[in-house]
Design a protein around this ligand. Structure first.
Ligand SMILES: Cc1ncc(COP(=O)(O)O)c(C=O)c1O
Length: 405
């Protein structure tokens, strides 16, 4: 299906904005996507008409908020093809979800146990595991990446063993766009009795997900990277995988009975949902899912691939450009540098032309070390971007280059 991009753009009020007197060209979608009006309206409507706390009240509004929150849980379950609603835990985001699991593992693992991650992980899929290892004495093993930005799977097959208890890997790299072979990783890990957590922060609008087929034990993502609000995330876990984890945070909502003698905990999913959640955000996540499903994930992926191919060709015409991450299976992310120019300077100058990109290490410092660079400039696409915007961005980069060399 051909997407009607003009119609899609019209649903994003922020895109009509001017920055420094120029039309906004927003190409920082890997950091966060913009929000369609349906998502914005869901948030304002909640606070205008529905605001109430969930799960506790007997009154109408509390019942309504609870119903809507649980409706999102059901929508997420369907969206990612999970078995049960109680396998969907609402969190603050992908980072929060990973911390929940890593914290649990710090009580389950001991010296001699191993955790495998990769060289291209976001800090939020590195540091929680480092903390986990510090707490329990387990050790962290790292799958290296090849020059083209793909995981070195031979190394993975060599390093995984019966000592491996969990493998935590991103589905798609936020810096390189590499789509990792998570199916192979999951199947090998399971062969050896290890569990697998997939960091899907960059994947939910690019890959049709089915948890039953994928067979990941845990899968995490953030609403704000899929046209939803900030402050909301999901931890999916297979029922038995979630049940095997100890409670994370204590408080209201997550208990069955509290007494000073002995407190007992609520069953899934509430066991992991202490305190009042971001109710408005969770309700709005349902709208984000509807938005994505209406367009179709395959259509979004294909359209962004067209943008990626066009932009890659154009940017490579600029002398001195190096692109990091050239795997065949790659989503709409271009990390690049220009010989002799610091990426930060490119970002600052093209901002003056209304073009928003990200520069720096993208929360992947070990990956920067791997390429022996301080950082990159990163263009990352969403479904509302256009060829025209790419042309504006390329012209702005050329101007920046001419000013800097
Ligand atoms: C691959 C990846 N993992 C995890 C995260 C963390 O997501 P959040 O900041 O929403 O918790 C990000 C955010 O950039 C990411 O790109």
């Amino acid at each position: 299906m051909m997407l009607n991009i003009e119609n899609i753009r019209a649903q994003f009020p922020i895109l009509a904005q001017q920055i420094h007197g120029k039309n906004l060209v927003y190409l920082d979608n890997g950091a966060t996507t913009q929000k369609p009006i349906s998502v914005i309206n869901a948030i304002t409507n909640y606070y205008k008409n529905e605001n109430s706390n969930v799960h506790r009240g007997v009154h109408f509004l509390s019942g309504l908020a609870t119903k809507k929150l649980e409706k999102t849980r059901n929508a997420v379950k369907k969206f990612i093809g999970a078995r049960y609603n109680h396998e969907i835990i609402f969190t603050k985001g992908a980072t929060d979800s990973i911390n929940l699991v890593a914290n649990g593992y710090s009580t389950l693992l001991k010296k001699g146990d191993e955790i495998i991650i990769s060289e291209l992980e976001h800090h939020s899929n590195i540091v929680p595991w480092q903390i986990c290892c510090e707490n329990c004495g387990a050790s962290l093993k790292i799958i290296p990446i090849k020059d083209n930005g793909e995981l070195d799977m031979d190394c993975f097959y060599n390093m995984i063993s019966k000592n491996t208890k969990i493998v935590a890997i991103s589905h798609i790299s936020n810096t390189l766009g590499t789509v990792n072979p998570v199916e192979k990783i999951i199947s090998k890990a399971h062969e050896l009795g290890a569990k697998v957590l997939i960091d899907g922060a960059q994947a939910t609008t690019h890959v049709n997900l089915n948890m039953i087929d994928l067979d990941a034990d845990y899968y995490v993502f953030s609403a704000h990277k899929m046209y939803g609000p900030t402050g909301v995330g999901v931890l999916y876990g297979k029922e038995e995988a979630l049940n095997s984890l100890p409670v994370y945070q204590g408080g209201g909502e997550m208990i069955k009975d509290v007494s000073f003698k002995k407190t007992t905990y609520a069953p899934l999913p509430h066991k992991f949902e202490a305190g009042t959640p971001n109710i408005a955000g969770i309700i709005a996540l349902n709208e984000a899912i509807t938005f994505v499903l209406k367009l179709g994930i395959e259509n979004i992926y294909n359209y962004e691939r067209e943008l990626l191919e066009y932009a890659t060709n154009e940017i490579l015409k600029i002398k001195g450009v190096v692109i990091y991450g050239n795997s065949k299976n790659k989503t709409g992310i271009i990390s690049f540098n220009i010989d002799g120019i610091h990426p930060y300077d490119i970002g600052v100058i093209i901002d003056k032309f209304g073009v928003a990109i990200r520069t720096g290490h993208h929360c992947t410092q070990p990956l920067m070390e791997r390429f022996k660079i301080p950082g990159t400039a990163r263009i990352s696409f969403a479904v509302y971007n256009t060829i025209e915007e790419i042309n504006i961005c390329i012209e702005a980069i050329k101007k920046a280059k001419s000013m800097l060399v």
